[in-house]
Write a protein of this length. Structure first.
Length: 404
């Protein structure tokens, strides 16, 4: 197994704790950080813990066993558990955890990308729905400016193999994308996000009513709706080069295909095509694991769009397929990428104070609410044209670049 140097691991921890958390500002003395890491990523767990302690923070660790050839505890749970166990949610414990922590760091480090293959999809949907309150409590706390989070990747042999890369090649992508080869990666991240923010502000100033996404694999209309803003460069995902918003789901019309595979619920789904009418998916197909895709879409409100995103190839340093959404939704390449997410919308895409918005008002504004949030990506050439409320039009994204 390839192991990056300690210098790289320490820089990674520095970026996540002292930049990604706190919305680019890092943690403060006395902050409590919930650290979720699998055992295969132990070197990063140790570095993160030490970095948090040096910053004066406190650690609540969730150090979890990794799946191996003898122990597939993830699959065992779904195959053994009865419905009442799938639906179990320790509300008092989880609410206490949310109330206690100020930040969370989650590290993706899978030792078997298809560990849940063969598990009935409806069981996984049931489990996800049961844990929806945790997501809602965290989101509400985040809306009040009292909670931040970040997600990052730790390469494993299984992940590299799935992507068709050597372990070193896989880690080279992580190192390059996260600026870990820089003496001061935090300084580099701040510089990149400052440049990306120029485009975000330009998009926010435009009175966009609808977006038309057109290309060889798409003819889709997205309605932004009122009180929406663009987001990006917040540190929530490392790396992240995208600009995205949560549209009014009711205005989605047309069709879209995706040339990138989707790993979801331990299954590889390829050749996805979706057709929308009146804001909902009316037809879904896939070349592989279509049943998993359809079960996901059948989950409450997972048939609606919660996010639309664009990545400019000039910013992204990801050049390879990584078999992991965190990286693949930020891939650059020759055409950048555009993608949508089915399911839950992001409340921080509201142009106002999200903590003051009622549930009824979220519904009126067209922010989708679901236990699912699944990003599906395409790197095919696409042109995105903004149709303004006054009737004018402007191309905002073409040839993999922002044109505003």
């Amino acid at each position: 197994m390839f192991h990056p140097s300690q210098k790289i691991i320490d820089r990674y921890a520095h970026v996540l704790v002292n930049f990604a958390l706190g919305g680019g500002k890092g943690i403060k003395r006395g902050d409590i950080v919930y650290l979720v890491v699998d055992e295969v990523a132990k070197p990063l767990y140790v570095a993160l813990r030490n970095t948090i302690l040096r910053a004066g923070g406190h650690v609540i660790g969730s150090y979890r066993p990794s799946v191996d050839d003898k122990h597939n505890f993830e699959r065992d749970f779904f195959l053994i558990a009865e419905n009442h166990q799938l639906e179990f949610f320790p509300a008092t414990y989880m609410k206490g955890l949310v109330d206690t922590i100020d930040h969370s760091v989650s590290i993706i480090s899978q030792t078997d990308k298809q560990a849940l293959k063969g598990v009935p999809p409806q069981k996984m949907m049931m489990r996800g729905l049961a844990h929806k309150p945790y997501m809602e409590w965290s989101s509400a706390k985040e809306s009040k400016g009292k909670f931040t989070w970040t997600v990052a990747l730790y390469g494993t042999p299984a992940m590299a193999r799935e992507a068709g890369l050597s372990e070193k090649e896989y880690w080279d992508q992580i190192i390059k994308a996260c600026f870990l080869n820089e003496v001061d990666p935090v300084k580099k991240w701040r510089s990149v996000y400052k440049k990306l923010d120029v485009y975000r502000k330009k998009l926010d100033r435009m009175p966009i009513d609808k977006l038309h996404i057109k290309g060889p694999d798409a003819d889709l209309w997205i309605t932004l709706g009122e009180k929406k803003k663009w987001m990006g460069g917040s540190g929530r995902n490392i790396p992240s080069f995208e600009l995205f918003t949560s549209p009014d789901w009711r205005g989605t019309e047309g069709w879209i295909k995706f040339n990138q595979p989707l790993y979801r619920y331990g299954n590889l789904i390829t050749g996805i095509k979706l057709e929308f009418k009146n804001g909902k998916v009316v037809k879904a197909s896939a070349k592989n694991n279509e049943a998993v895709l359809k079960h996901m879409i059948a989950t409450k409100n997972a048939d609606k769009v919660g996010e639309f995103s664009m990545t400019d190839r000039r910013f992204s340093r990801i050049t390879k397929f990584m078999a992991e959404t965190l990286f693949d939704e930020n891939i650059g390449g020759s055409e950048g990428n555009t993608h949508i997410a089915l399911g839950n919308a992001y409340h921080d895409c509201y142009a106002g104070n999200p903590s003051k918005v009622s549930k009824k008002e979220w519904e009126r504004l067209g922010f989708n609410n679901s236990s699912v949030h699944t990003d599906i990506v395409s790197t095919a050439p696409r042109t995105v044209t903004a149709h303004m409320r006054g009737g004018s039009t402007r191309v905002i994204y073409e040839n993999g670049e922002f044109t505003v």
